[in-house]
Design a protein around this ligand. Structure first.
Ligand SMILES: Nc1ncnc2c1ncn2[C@@H]1O[C@H](COP(=O)(O)OP(=O)(O)O)[C@@H](O)[C@H]1O
Ligand SMILES: N[C@@H](CCOP(=O)(O)O)C(=O)O
Length: 325
């Protein structure tokens, strides 16, 4: 359950008086997610019409100074037809607020369902949506360094240190070997731009086989575009515990992306390395959270070993198998 900060109904009702949203009629903590506290709010206007909103209080990894980048990015993408939620301005034009001692924003609600067992047609739509996002972001002027890049992975590995082997004996050595490999092979000259960097199935709201919304841009940053496809590939093309590879889903995702955006020969050649980096990145953040989440925290820790299995698979798979060619 990702509600780190409890907000009373009275505090929420008072918060909403800053906006032209009508008054609060219901509020529910949202169980999904691990990074921030999220509430689903429903409001009613004087004419009786109702509307839903997401209230997010920023915790953990989101730096308040990065919020303007995310807000401007979503405005930019929304204006170019991408299905992304807008941050709502209050009557004074402010999008960023303070609530219960945390930075907080009111966000447009998008309907749709996050699938847990993605199908090939859903992966194809998601690949297309990711390609369209990369194209729409080409003329976005904002930039944000990816703090979870190769250097950031080294920092996380150092922070986990000896605790890795409490998760699984030998894990520390495996991570160190992989970092050495990636230091030597990480591609330097692929096309860069704004990437989502966390396009897991829970961050895509599906309507049937079509994408109804892309959410949770709080890791978005400037990095290699094909690395974003590799992250999405790792999240969509395996069973959630990482034990089973789904080549049909992988092929549909890559084809959808290539149709919308294109995928160069250099990007295809580097794809196995990018997949290994993507698997290691999530192994590391999950391992760090596994080690550092207090036992009484109201959040379900995610299994780092599910990403070790993906890493092992990607390290031995033929490039054609990963690309679904
Ligand atoms: N704009 C939105 N529209 C509809 N549902 C949303 C929206 N933003 C978040 N949610 C819901 O809240 C959940 C958690 O949001 P998310 O941004 O993924 O949290 P976290 O950053 O903590 O991982 C999502 O899985 C989704 O169910
Ligand atoms: N997708 C990451 C964790 C970030 O959580 P999200 O709910 O913001 O997507 C993972 O699965 O490790």
């Amino acid at each position: 359950m990702a509600v780190y900060t409890q907000v009373s109904a009275e505090e929420m009702a008072a918060f909403l008086t800053r906006y032209d949203t009508g008054s609060l009629i219901s509020a529910k903590g949202i169980a999904e997610g691990v990074e921030n506290s999220n509430y689903l709010l429903e409001t009613q206007r004087e004419d009786g019409s109702r509307e839903r909103f997401i209230l997010t209080l920023y915790e953990k990894r989101v730096n308040e100074a990065d919020l303007p980048f995310f807000m401007d990015l979503l405005d930019h993408l929304g204006a170019r037809g991408c299905k992304v939620p807008r941050f709502i301005s209050d009557r004074q034009g402010a999008k960023l607020q303070q609530l219960a001692g945390r930075p907080a924003c009111l966000i447009e609600y998008l309907s749709g369902i996050s699938v847990t067992e993605p199908t090939a047609p859903q992966a194809a739509s998601t690949g297309r949506a990711l390609g369209e996002l990369h194209i729409a972001a080409r003329d976005f002027s904002g930039t944000r360094r990816n703090s979870l890049d190769l250097a950031g992975w080294h920092d996380l590995a150092t922070a986990c240190g000896k605790d890795f082997d409490g998760i699984q004996p030998g894990l520390g050595r495996r991570v160190a070997e992989e970092l050495t490999f990636l230091d030597a092979h990480w591609p330097q000259h692929l096309e860069r731009g704004v990437i989502h960097a966390d396009l897991f199935p829970d961050n895509v709201l599906m309507r049937g086989d079509e994408v109804g919304g892309l959410i949770d841009f709080y890791f978005s940053c400037t990095d290699i575009l094909a690395y974003d496809l590799a992250i999405t590939h790792g999240a969509w093309s395996f069973s959630s515990d990482g034990s089973e590879y789904r080549p049909d889903v992988a092929a549909a995702l890559v084809r959808g992306y290539a149709d919308a955006h294109g995928l160069s020969a250099a990007e295809r050649a580097a794809f196995p390395i990018l997949c290994r980096g993507a698997a290691l990145r999530f192994l590391l953040t999950r391992a760090y959270d596994w080690i550092n989440t207090p036992p009484d925290a109201m959040v379900t820790r995610k299994d780092p070993l599910a990403y070790l299995r993906r890493l092992d698979f990607c390290a031995q798979a033929a490039p054609e198998a990963l690309l679904g060619l």
